[in-house]
Design a protein around this ligand. Sequence first.
Ligand code: GLU
Length: 456
Amino acid sequence: MSSTVRTRFAPSPTGFFHIGSARTALFNWLFARHTGGKFILRVEDTDTERNRDEYLQVIYNSLRWLGMDWDEGPEVGGAFGPYKQSERKEIYQEYLKKLRDTGRTYEKDGAVWFRLEGERYTEFDSFLGREMEKVKAAPVVIDDLIRGRVERAEDRDFVLVRNNGEPVFHFVNVVDDITMQMTHVVRGEDHLSNTSKHVELYQALGAPVPKFAHIPLILKTDGPGKMSKRDRGALIEEYQNRHFLPAAVRNYLCLLGWTPKDGREVLPIEDIIGQFELSDVHQSNARFDEKKMAFINQQHLRALPVETFAWLAAPVLQQAGLVDEKTDENYLQAVLGLCQEKAPGLEVLADVCRYFFTEEFPFDEATRSKLSKKGDPAERVRQLLPALEQLPDLRDAAAIDAAIEKTAAQYGAKPGEYFAPLRFAISGVGGGPHLHDVLRVLGKEKVLTRARRFVG
Ligand code: GLU
């Protein structure tokens, strides 16, 4: 076994790439990067009936989107390839022969079985309803880096190659981990129960046993169940389509079962790499929290340099049909500058800033009725119009305040009673960037046109 850390992500491309797989890949990647080791991608595609190339492409695409570059594997190569199990048949034959030569296999019913070492006895199996041959094998001890000491004894021989000639998962998985010189096997907790079989195979092959780390499950937002492919937020592709920042998704995935020592939850990947230890991964299950994911995404968006935000946001607005080549670049930058602080995510950016780009923006009825409780908003805007018309432009916040104060005094109202109606008249909503900023960026002409239209 190599002295540099070698970890691997070993997906079976039988379905779309989901959050649990992404997190397993991520913990492997983080550990490799933390230790200056290597992160390997290996495709476990022996189940020819369920594997689809389409799924494989999604895995590559999602790993790259999340910034998890692999040092060896499909599409990049490496010294221990091929990295797809479907291309490693000869290697499995060779290892099968090793086991056969040392008397650890036998054939039964067309399949090749692994022979456990230990005293044999028969026992009635109530599930199968017949006598079964069992083995008193020495228990296997696993010092799991996350779960701690786990002891388990296999009590039955198991199949290595099915009667259709296909080698089984346990066998190829172990052969690959041996030949690819893995030092650490970091994978989902659902594989913990397989590990004793795997250790039996390592020992039978005279190979060093890697260190194991089994990561706890991800539970769905509510209820006791495990997050499934059908749950909202389960597929990585979905985040890509919803314009989440990959750095934010990756940051959130890190928090599913691991907590940064320094207490920060939003942090750059370099800092996560610096702190990440497998032994700090929680033993208890993690729970998926979509709101937290959205919050972390928003924090990452806010922290971007404004140019980067604009670079990401412009195509989103284009897609929504709000901007095109004719849109004034300075105007676009000014709007995006305001929206960066406020937008909960790029996913909703078009909705949040639609009114900057079109006269056909909707009016939020809930806001209208809330405002109407304090008097007719159209009346307030009507009172304010003459003072706004007199201003040379709407760039001067102090001049705008003065115009509002003058109007308020004239009608025996408070200045505060004009802000919300004016905002509603020109944007159709009750919140957003600071009103002075909205007025300045929209400009006098648009503001007055909208205010007049609102007044009717
Ligand atoms: N192909 C297995 C899976 O997708 C990988 C198991 C392992 O990492 O050892 O669950």
